[in-house]
Write a protein that binds this ligand. Structure first.
Ligand code: UGA
Length: 447
C-alpha cells in the first residue's frame, strides 16, 4: 500500500521504517529540511538500536520530503505522528497536530484515504482531526482512525514488529479493513524477520483490538497510566521496604511471579522519566477534570514519582551532611538505557538540585552526552569521557541510568579514585555485596 507518515520522530520514523520493511511504499514528511536531507543519506536523527540498519534494508520502499503534495495525494493511509508536547495545565499542545490535519486536508487525493492518529492525542482528537481535514478537503473521501503505538524507546523496533497487540479505533468497517490489510504481516507474523531483530520465541500472531475511536484513544492513556502506577507502587513499597529492612528486589520478584500482577515494570528506583508517562498522566488528569472527574490514583502516582528524585538528594545529604563544595558524579543522563533521549530525565532534575545546593556535578553517559550539552547549555555539569572519570576526587556517585556497561565497571578502581567511596544506586542495579567488597558504602533508594 502507499503510506504517508507525517513527522519523523521516534514514533513516525519507526512506524515508517517498519512498514517499508514489511513491503509498503512509504513517504515520510517532516517540516525540517535538515532532517529530511540526513534521512535521505541514511542518517537517523536520534539513537535507537538497529533503526539505521532497518532503514538501510527498507531503503527502496522509503522516500522523504518536506512537501505534503508529494506524499498525500497518492497515499491510501496517512499517519499523523507529530509531536504533542506538554502544554498549559497538563493538556498537550496540539498545534502541530492541527497544522498537519489542515495540510493533509488540502492535499487529499481522489480515492478514499484513511488518516490515522498515531501520536498520543487527547480523547476526542479523532473527531477534531476529522473536522479540520473536512474544512480543507473539498469533499474528498476520507475517514479518521486511531492506532496508538506502544513502542518503548530503546526497543522501538522489537515493539513494533512483534507487538503485544495492535489497537485500531475506527467508526466504520471499511476503515478498519484498510488498516487490517496494512498490518496483516504483523498481525499474522508472516514476514521474514530481519537477521538483527529475530522473532522472539513464542511470538506467533499479534492480537487485534478493533474498536471505536474514543476507546482506542483511551486505551493508550490507560496503558501508560497503568505502567506509571506500577512503577510508583513499587517505589512506594520500596520506601517501606527500606524502613522494615526488606529487600525490594526480592519483594518485586515475589509479587511479580503472580501472573495476575506480572513481573515487568516493578523495578524500583528514581522513577520514570521520558516524554510519555509524565505527559500522558497529566493529560489523563486534565481530560478527567474537563468531565468533573478526579483521578486520585493517577495523581498519587505522579506525586510519588516526583518525590523519588528528591530522595536521591536526601540520601546524599544523609551521607555527606553538607553538599556545598562537594563533588558528585552522576552515572547516566538519558531517561533510560539504549536511548539518547533526555526529556524529563531524572538526571537533569537531580543535577539541578545538587547545583542549587552548591555541589559540583560531573556526569557521564555512553550515548547522550552531546545531546545533553546541546539541550542544556547553561547547566553547570562537567561531562567526562569515561564513566570512571566522574569518580576522581568525588564525594559520592549516583547511578541514575542503568546502562549495562555500568555493571561491568572496575568498582575497586573506581572506589580508589574517590575522596569518599559512596554510591547511591538510583536503579537498584548493582550488587550490594560486590560494591561493599570493592570498598564502597552502598546506598540504595529502597532498602
Ligand atoms: C512508554 C511505554 O512503555 C510505551 O509502551 C509507550 O508506547 C511509550 O511510553 C509512549 O507512550 O510513547 P518509554 O517512555 O519509551 O515507553 O519507556 P519505558 O520503558 O516505558 O520507561 C519509562 C520510564 O520508566 C523510564 O524512565 C524507566 O527508567 C522507568 N521505569 C520503567 C522504571 O523506573 N521502572 C520500571 O520497572 C520500568
Amino acid at each position: 500500500m502507499n503510506v504517508a507518515i507525517i513527522g519523523t520522530g521516534y514514533v513516525g520514523l519507526t512506524t515508517g521504517v517498519c512498514l517499508a520493511y514489511l513491503g509498503h511504499r512509504v513517504t515520510c514528511v517532516d517540516s525540517d529540511p535538515r532532517k529530511v536531507d540526513a534521512l535521505r543519506c541514511g542518517q537517523v536523527p536520534f539513537f535507537e538500536p538497529h533503526l539505521t540498519e532497518l532503514l538501510a534494508e527498507a531503503k527502496s520502499n522509503l522516500n522523504y520530503t518536506i512537501d505534503y503534495a508529494q506524499a498525500i495525494p497518492t497515499a491510501e493511509v496517512v499517519f499523523i505522528a507529530v509531536g504533542t508536547p506538554p502544554g498549559q495545565g497538563g493538556a498537550p499542545d496540539l498545534k502541530y497536530l492541527e497544522s498537519a490535519a489542515r495540510s493533509i486536508g488540502e492535499n487529499l487525493g481522489q480515492h478514499f484515504t484513511v488518516i490515522v492518529n498515531k501520536s498520543t492525542v487527547p480523547i476526542g482528537s479523532g473527531n477534531w482531526v476529522g473536522s479540520l481535514v473536512r474544512t480543507q478537503s473539498n469533499g474528498a473521501s476520507f475517514a479518521v482512525a486511531s492506532n496508538p503505538e506502544f513502542l518503548r524507546e530503546g526497543s522501538a523496533l522489537l515493539d513494533s514488529l512483534y507487538p503485544d497487540r495492535v489497537v485500531i479505533g475506527a467508526e466504520d468497517a471499511r476503515t478498519s479493513e484498510v488498516l487490517y490489510s496494512l498490518y496483516r504481516p504483523v498481525l499474522e507474523q508472516s514476514f521474514a524477520a530481519p537477521v538483527f531483530l529475530p522473532r522472539p520465541d513464542g511470538v506467533a500472531a499479534a492480537p487485534l483490538i478493533s474498536t471505536d475511536l474514543a476507546s482506542a484513544e483511551l486505551i493508550k492513556y490507560a496503558a501508560n497510566a497503568f505502567l506509571s502506577l506500577k512503577i510508583s507502587y513499587i517505589n512506594e513499597i520500596g520506601n517501606l521496604a527500606e524502613k522494615v529492612g526488606a529487600d525490594i528486589r526480592q519483594v518485586a520478584k515475589g509479587i511479580g511471579l503472580d501472573r495476575r500482577i506480572g513481573g515487568r515494570f516493578l523495578q524500583a528506583g528514581v522513577g520514570w522519566g521520558g516524554s510519555c508517562f509524565g505527559k500522558d498522566t497529566a493529560a489523563l488528569v486534565a481530560t478527567a477534570s474537563e468531565y468533573g472527574l478526579d483521578m486520585p490514583i493517577v495523581k498519587a502516582a505522579r506525586e510519588v514519582n516526583k518525590k523519588q528524585r528528591d530522595r536521591v538528594v536526601e540520601k546524599l545529604l544523609d551521607e555527606l551532611k553538607i553538599l556545598k563544595g562537594r563533588t558528585i558524579g552522576l552515572l547516566g543522563l538519558a531517561f533510560k538505557p539504549n536511548t539518547d533521549d533526555l526529556r524529563d530525565a531524572p538526571a537533569i532534575d537531580i543535577a539541578q538540585r545538587l547545583i542549587e545546593r552548591g555541589a559540583h556535578v560531573r556526569a557521564h553517559d555512553p550515548i547522550a552526552m552531546s545531546r545533553f550539552r546541546e539541550e542544556n547549555p547553561n547547566l553547570r555539569v562537567t561531562l567526562t569521557a569515561a564513566a570512571e572519570e566522574t569518580a576522581i576526587d568525588a564525594d559520592a556517585l549516583v547511578l541514575v541510568t542503568e546502562w549495562d556497561s555500568y555493571q561491568e565497571l572496575d568498582w575497586e578502581g573506581v572506589a580508589r579514585k574517590m575522596r569518599s567511596a559512596i554510591l547511591v544506586d538510583g536503579r537498584n542495579l548493582l550488587d550490594r555485596e560486590r560494591l561493599t567488597q570493592s570498598g564502597f558504602r552502598y546506598v540504595s533508594l529502597a532498602g
